[in-house]
Ligand binder design. Structure first.
Ligand code: EPZ
Length: 420
């Protein structure tokens, strides 16, 4: 297994290029199951989760061609409708194939994704919505067995909770359904917006894109001629590097980024003392005199994203004062805390709220990544910790960050990937 060895850095400087968004790429790849044509995708990030989903598509009989600057996905000959446990257990987002396969073939078997490190992560809302669209769903020996022999029907779906992949699943199921589907309390994340925009550009009538109420007119089972698309920039990767600039008090620039997707993150960093130069597709962070403490509550987009909570908690250890961070989406998303405490951070946990007392002097240590975003929080801490930090189990990091240590080295960090 690989691990990262990182030293304290005086400061970073230069430009980091942002890759395509993992959480946009996953539903967009699942969407190719609805296509009657070969779909051309550019700006896919090179991360494990994307490779896993592309592998799942080939296991189902699809074809994936890697060309010079794009990936072409051909699901015309896709014939398998069972997503097996061996793949789904490595990536819960495989559940995103449920809606498309069911609406295209009228039956689908997907292994239950099970929980993950950050929480139980049920999919009850996905299943309930599909049942409202006419699917018959059984759970047998750890598999979801869904059938809709006459195809799915449009329905009025009201999500009890905002669910990102739940919204994506139902949007894709509705795209091929018979009739109109309304989704109320839909997720408004940019990744869901791009999925809707590509489907709309491909001829599916969708109203309310970007709002909490979506109205999708299905194609009544006809496959879709899906337009080529470029995956939007990864706002969480971008936010992570902005935190790297803030925690090391460095001025760095991000390129190929979408500033409009980072409103809550930029505003929180301004509250903590940074200022910004914002371009069309670039952001430069200018560190303040000091890092100020803050209060964070994670919520659905466009509010502060849960996927940035761990990174800001690491940053808060360097603030002059007490920060309060409340995690409202997942029940177990503070596993980075114990590792940061081992580096000398002063953090107390009380249920879903972390109280971080800064500024604490961090010392390098051997630490263990526990989940994707916790891994990046440990990298941020390592950049300002005295001595050397070894971050183990970085397969978590590789799921969602494209060449993180290379990108940080390009702006002056002393960090390298080694073999255990
Ligand atoms: C997506 O997960 C993201 N993953 C997560 O990013 C992100 O943290 C999360 O949205 C919230 O923004 C992808 O897009 C692949 P949810 P998802 O369904 O869709 C509850 C990362 O780091 N819920 O929006 O699985 C659920 O328990 C990952 O890149 C139900 O109760 O999250 C949670 O409390 C981590 N029943 C809340 O809703 C359901 O059927 C939001 O979950 C579905 C969800």
């Amino acid at each position: 297994m690989d691990y990262l060895k990182a030293q304290r850095v005086q400061s970073l400087h230069g430009t980091i290029n942002i890759s395509g968004a993992k959480n946009a790429s996953l539903p967009l790849i699942a969407m190719t199951i609805l296509a009657k044509n070969k779909v051309s995708i550019t700006n896919l990030p090179v991360v494990t989760d994307i490779k896993t989903l592309l592998k799942l598509l080939t296991n189902l009989g699809g074809e994936v061609m890697f060309e010079e600057d794009k990936v072409v996905v051909d699901t015309i000959s896709l014939h398998e409708t069972k997503a097996t446990y061996d793949i789904v257990k490595t990536m819960r987002a495989s559940i995103l194939v449920l809606g498309p396969i069911l609406s295209r073939f009228g039956h689908c078997e997907v292994s239950l994704p099970g929980g993950c490190a950050i929480g139980q992560r049920p999919i009850d809302l996905h299943l309930k919505a599909l049942e409202q669209m006419g699917a018959i769903i059984d759970i047998k020996s750890g598999y979801i067995q869904a059938t809709a022999p006459d195809g799915l029907k449009g329905a009025n779906i009201i999500f009890d909770k905002v669910t990102v992949t739940g919204t994506a699943n139902i949007v894709m199921a509705a795209a091929l359904a018979h009739g109109v589907t309304t989704i109320t309390n839909a997720a408004r994340e940019p990744e869901v917006v791009q999925l809707c925009e590509v489907l709309e550009k491909s001829g599916i009538e969708i109203e309310g894109i970007g709002t909490a109420i979506l109205r999708i007119k299905g194609s009544a089972g006809k496959l879709i001629d899906i337009a080529s698309f470029r995956v939007i920039p990864d706002r969480i990767e971008a936010g992570t590097y902005l935190c790297a600039g803030a925690i090391t008090r460095s001025e760095i620039t991000l390129s190929n980024v979408e500033p409009r997707h980072l409103g809550a993150v930029i505003s929180k960093l301004e509250e903590m003392g940074s200022s910004f130069t914002i371009g069309e597709d670039s952001i430069t962070i200018h560190p303040g005199e000091e890092i100020l403490p803050t209060k964070i509550i994670t919520q659905e987009y466009p509010a502060f994203p849960t996927d940035m909570q761990a990174q800001f908690l690491a940053l808060a250890t360097q603030a002059n004062g007490v920060s309060i961070i409340e995690e409202r989406l997942f029940e177990n998303r503070f596993m980075h805390v114990s590792e940061l405490q081992r580096m000398g951070a002063e953090i107390t946990l009380n249920g879903h709220t972390a109280t971080v007392t800064g500024k604490s002097k961090l010392s390098g240590a051997d630490v263990m990544a526990t989940d994707l975003r916790a891994s990046s929080a440990l990298v941020l801490a390592a950049l300002v910790a005295d001595g050397e930090t070894n971050i183990h189990r970085i397969y978590h990091l590789d799921r969602g960050y494209d060449a993180l240590e290379k990108k940080l080295r390009c702006v002056g960090a002393n960090i390298k990937r080694l073999k255990e």
